[in-house]
Every structure is written in C-alpha cells, then in structure tokens.
Write a protein that binds this ligand. Structure first.
Ligand code: ZN
Length: 135
C-alpha cells in the first residue's frame, strides 16, 4: 500500500464543547470547523497541527459507533487516518493482503473526503481509516 501522510487522528470525547475548551485553552489550537456526520451519528470538531488534523468525535446517539466505543473503552484515541491516492486501489490491495475491510467501497466522510475503514482485528488493534481528497 502507499500512504501519503497522517491526515488526522480521531479522538472520541464525551462532551465536544468541553473537549474543545481543552484543545483551545490548554493546547492553544483553534477549532476551525464543527460538522455533524449523520451517517456516523457523530458531531466532529477539527483542529490543525501542521499537516495533520485532530478530529474530535462526540456521539449524537448512544447506540452509534462512538457511543459504543466510549461505553466500552472510555474517551481516547479512536482511529488513525492516512491520506492516500486512489482509495479504491488501496482497499483492493489491503483486502488481497488479508485485511478485513469495514468498508468495501469508499464512502463520504467529514470534510467531503472519500473514506474507508480497515477492521482493527486485522490491524493489530488500531481502527484505521484511509482517506482520499477529492477536488
Ligand atoms: Zn476520521
């Protein structure tokens, strides 16, 4: 596979407003966007650190993936996202190499990116997102 850079790190939080306070007031970052992704049942807040973003994730529904994650494991790092070119081809290669795909086809994520997830069972425990910029 070919990964370009770490696009973002996804972090599950219980309360978006309070977490934004920490990232802004303590870490000195600036939240540049809050976006709801209905399909994922999350509200997201974005920060930039160099080329990499931090994506805070608050569930909008306890039964959503972030709600379940927090219930099981508490707040913390939820996934790592790598920027790739030709997402479809990268997915195909991952699958050929025995990785279980959560998304067999790319779908729309936050920030208008095409995204797909690899199952943590196949990645030594880290939920891994691949994302492709479309412009
Ligand atoms: Zn993400």
């Amino acid at each position: 596979m070919e990964l370009n850079f770490i696009e973002h790190i996804g972090i599950a939080v219980k309360d978006l407003a309070s977490a934004i306070g920490y990232y802004e007031n303590v870490l000195g970052l600036k939240c540049y966007k809050i976006e709801e992704v209905k399909d994922q049942k999350v509200k997201t807040a974005f920060f930039k650190v160099g080329e990499t973003k931090i994506e805070l994730l608050e569930t909008t529904d306890p039964s959503g993936p972030i709600g379940k994650f927090i219930e099981k494991r508490g707040e913390g790092i939820h996934h790592i996202a790598f920027a790739v070119d030709d997402l479809q081809a990268q997915l195909k290669e991952a699958s050929q190499k025995g990785v279980e795909l959560i998304d067999k086809q790319p779908r729309k994520g936050a920030e208008g990116l095409n995204i797909a997830f690899l199952h943590p069972k196949s990645t030594h425990g880290t939920l891994t997102e691949l994302c492709e910029h479309v412009d």
